[in-house]
Write a protein that binds this ligand. Structure first.
Ligand code: GTP
Ligand code: MG
Length: 617
């Protein structure tokens, strides 16, 4: 008998393009299902619980929660919308039986909408389309529904998938409605989330799975709690899992071990609810298994059978992570050795499903591959917060040889700019070998351009685009496919201003050098020979001396001197530095500092190196 779960249950994921309102919607579902106690203070976007998520206002890791509505337990997984964390969405979808596909009522389907929809449809899921943010000025719900229908159709949706339910919502205001009129300004707005809950109960199938068969649970996520230790999260495909039971832990690489389950917990709001046992269909977290990777199967000890490993898209970009060899090494970080960096990177593989790490011929250099610049820089950011120092190289796309043809990753790109910036954006994207697919104008002076473009052409584009549009442009892209390589793209940048000396930057020297370009350093900051301290106004590199004191006078080096008015330096962030560097440069990352340096610190080494590479070419 294929019994369904032991209690009324639904498992859903919330998927969408970045910022279309997933986490905000979860807030309201939690609040309205009465998950919070009266005394609990609820923060905005409560599921974005880690520091970097809070600081940036984006979701990075998929996270589970659950609510009870009309006697039905609904497990909900909030997923990230940024394309670089698409691996998180992929691993999440294998856990659920239904998805809420949110689409912004103004923007409509965006590149990542396409990606998550494609993944959901391929798994046979039938999305519920939630047109969110209908409270926004310029909301055009009907257009959004039509666009979404076309998207489903192009992605090969079957009849039943094309017949998707539509819910109109304002996650921000906390209501949903089935009435299209509610999405029109001045129309009858909804009052709460009940229509959305009811649609979930009606349209999402009950989880199936036979609790009488031998246990199978795929590990879909790992978490850690200082109270109970390592938590293994997944959905039970078959069987029962109980406290005290011994299970086979079957790794994707074939290794198998036996562990004893010490705790079984269900999700309830932001809490863990202890259970004695859980049945097929449930999403649970268990303790007692310390060493395990995502994709492993927890199986019956006597009849261990592994679940197929859900294959996810390969990385498209890599960077070298290497030991920090700058003269300033070890001043700020606790972990600086090759072994420490290596161990940390390999540990990351347990949970970061879309990441790859390889050793290289050099013992101090590791090649780390991911799904985009942000995927890799968030890892670096986490490492520096943990006390690591390291140096990283310019990102490079991963090429593939397909049937004897060298192929490179292509991305689907949408940019949304003010009309005035349209020309500049088009020129830049042409230079980067983009191919325009579509262009549309709205009645508020903005233009949307859709491109297919080599991922290579997008490296370093974010900063250029932000400058070009003075921060008013919106840009998003997502991996599309590997295809034969295109020609060179133009991404020449200005030359570097390189320090020729070790010491502290001096106000007077910086002041004298101002006409040469923009600085990255302020007076008093340590600099070293070979460090890139600024951007040259021309395209060649130039060695300068930012530590030279002025002779004969009593100028203080504080920058407060009347005669010395310094232009404020450009503040380097990890992302801007990674985008900026050239192939012969590295970003030095420590818990407190981001610096750019030449790979070879001394000029004679750099000369020797460029001679060898010219000779080799
Ligand atoms: N006007 C309006 N704004 C909304 C609505 N829902 C969300 N927002 C806003 O949209 C922004 C993004 O919301 P999030 O909930 O973080 O979006 P998200 O989809 O979780 O974003 P990622 O997880 O990073 O992909 C926030 O500023 C929200 O306040 C809505 O219904 N109406
Ligand atoms: Mg979110």
């Amino acid at each position: 008998m294929d019994r369904t779960a032991q209690r009324p249950l639904r498992n859903i994921a919330i998927i969408a393009h970045v910022d279309h309102g997933k986490t905000t919607l979860v807030d309201k579902l939690l609040q309205q299902a009465g998950t919070f106690q009266a005394h609990e203070r609820i923060t905005e976007r409560v599921m974005d619980s880690n520091d970097i998520e809070k600081e940036r206002g984006i979701t990075i890791l998929a996270k589970n929660t659950a609510v009870d509505f009309d006697g039905v337990h609904i497990n909900i997984v909030d997923t990230p919308g940024h394309a670089d964390f698409g691996g998180e969405v992929e691993r999440t979808l294998s856990m659920v039986d239904g998805v809420l596909l949110l689409v912004d009522a103004v923007e409509g389907p965006m590149p990542q909408t396409r990606f998550v929809t494609r993944k959901a449809l391929a798994l046979g899921l039938k999305p519920i389309v939630v047109v969110n943010k209908v409270d926004r000025d310029g909301a055009r719900a009907q257009w959004v529904v039509n666009q979404t229908f076309d998207l489903f159709d192009r992605l090969g949706a079957d009849e039943s998938q094309l017949d998707f339910p539509v819910v109109y919502a304002s996650a921000l205001q906390g209501w949903a409605s089935l009435d299209p009129a509610s999405a029109i300004s001045g129309g009858p707005r909804g009052t709460n989330m009940r229509p959305l809950f009811e649609t979930v109960l009606k349209s999402v199938p009950l989880p199936v799975g036979d609790p009488t068969l031998p246990l199978q649970m795929a590990v879909a996520a790992l978490d850690y709690s200082s109270y109970v230790g390592r938590l293994v999260i997944g959905r039970l495909r078959r069987g029962v899992i109980r406290v005290g039971m011994e299970v086979a832990v079957m790794e994707p690489n074939g290794a198998t071990a036996v562990s004893k389950i010490t705790g079984v917990y269900g999700f309830q709001g932001l809490n863990r609810v202890p259970m004695d046992e859980a049945y097929a269909g449930e999403i649970v977290q268990v303790t007692g298994i310390d060493e395990v990777s995502i994709g492993a199967t927890l199986a019956d000890k006597e009849q261990p059978e592994a679940l197929p490993v859900h294959k996810i898209d390969e990385p498209t970009l890599n960077m070298n992570f290497q030991v920090n060899t700058s003269p300033l090494v070890g001043r700020e970080g606790k972990f600086v050795t090759s072994r420490q960096v290596r161990d940390r990177l390999y540990k990351e593989l347990l949970t970061n499903v879309a990441l790859r790490v390889e050793d290289t011929a050099e013992t101090d250099v590791f090649r780390v591959s991911g799904r985009g610049e942000l995927h890799l820089t968030i890892l670096i950011e986490n490492m520096r917060r943990e006390g690591f120092e390291l140096a990283v190289s310019r990102p490079q796309v991963i090429l593939k040889n397909i049937d004897g043809v060298v192929c490179e990753p292509f991305e689907m790109l949408s940019v949304d700019v003010e009309e005035a910036n349209q020309g500049a954006a088009i020129a830049a994207l042409n230079g980067r070998r983009g191919e325009m697919l579509d262009m549309s104008q709205d009645d508020r002076g903005r233009v949307r351009l859709d491109y297919r473009i080599p991922a290579r052409g997008l490296i370093g584009f974010q900063t250029e685009f932000m400058t070009m549009t003075r921060g008013t442009g919106v840009l998003s892209h997502v991996f599309d496919e590997y295809a034969p390589m295109k020609g060179e793209s133009s991404d020449r940048r200005a030359g570097a201003l390189i320090s020729g000396d070790d010491g502290e930057a001096v106000a007077y020297a910086l002041w004298k050098l101002q006409e040469r370009g923009r600085m990255f350093v302020s007076p008093g900051e340590p600099v070293y020979e070979g460090m890139v301290v600024g951007i040259h106004t021309r395209d060649n590199d130039l060695i300068i001396n930012p530590v030279k004191e002025k002779h004969l006078t009593n100028v203080r080096s504080s920058g407060k001197d009347d005669a010395i008015v310094l232009t404020p330096p450009i503040k380097l962030t990890l992302e801007s530095a990674v985008e900026f560097i050239a192939d012969d440069e590295l970003v030095e990352v420590t818990p407190k500092s981001i610096r750019i340096r030449k790979r070879y610190l001394q000029e004679h080494e750099r000369r020797k190196q460029s001679r060898t590479s010219v000779a080799a070419a």
